[in-house]
Design a protein around this ligand. Sequence first.
Ligand code: WQD
Length: 329
Amino acid sequence: MSEGKILVIGGAGYIGSHVVKALNESLFAVTVYDNFSTGQECNLFPDNKLVKGDILDSAKLEQTMSEGFDAVIHLAAKKAVGESMEKPDFYAKNNLIGSINIFNAMLKNGVQNIVFSSSAAVYGTPQYIPVDEQHPTNPINFYGFTKLEIEKVMNWYSELKNFNYIALRYFNAVGYAADGSVCGMEKNPQNLQPIVMENITGKREKIFVFGNDYETPDGTCLRDYIHVEDLASAHVLSVKHLMKNHSSHIFNLGTGKGTSVLEIIQSVERVTGKKVNYEIAPRRAGDPAVLTASSKSAETVLGWKPEYTNIDDIIKTVWNMELKNNGKL
Ligand code: WQD
């Protein structure tokens, strides 16, 4: 007997594969739906059923959901902030239309519960720190706009239909499964942690620190780095909550602690024993000096708490994954 039947859309991606792993460990029966545009075959687990499909393919979504699921977890989105400003049409199609296709396929098949992968990008420039869920939402990039609009559609559906949702607003996702079971380094990473690791593994000659003149202790930006296995556990709790309580919520997921760009670099150097080749560059447009989360709601309602709070422990999981998959470093 399984705990429930879950469809994980985007389950071969970086966060998706960790969510699938956590669901498997909690004895859910999981089907992965992925188009492998960024997901990787090596991130699949043998226990899970696989449907190769796109979220723009409504017929396939409907056919897949006709099997019946206790909940859907939707992590299939384009997520590069810079690219979203250059190709808003592409982001509108994939993120907005794709999500609506998922919701409509759910309605058609009587699937009532969804956990949605949202983002701190819905808040825009923070007006106060730590950011809680009551903070005004005012995205400053098209990617963040798509996440906020999808939340609003879910909110309307929850008012009008038999539809319950939990939107999880992730802060900065980092780390890998501590046991090395998720293989995939992202192709063409855009975020700090994978970029720094690419320098260590020789894939990138040099990295740039975007600004060291912010009003922070070392002048570089502070972010709330949350381990991907802690994100994954929040999805499991969210599914359980939806199945039991049928109520909709929005939760921030972060540790509440700010870590600077230089502290990430220093941690990578400590953990790997290698030097990071970096250069101070001008500030990047749109970067707030500090962005940290209050995750009190997730703690109170879901009983969620991040286990990883030390940056070296987080970076060790990345290094383990590198050594396992790329052993001849
Ligand atoms: C972190 C810090 C950079 C690269 C983004 C999205 C957000 C969410 C998480 C998905 C910043 C600095 C980075 C580099 C650097 N995504 N940096 N050199 O911008 O905090 O958040 O990812 O939902 O919506 O905006 O993450 O990893 O890009 O940057 O100095 O080569 O590292 O300036 O201070 P960010 P990031």
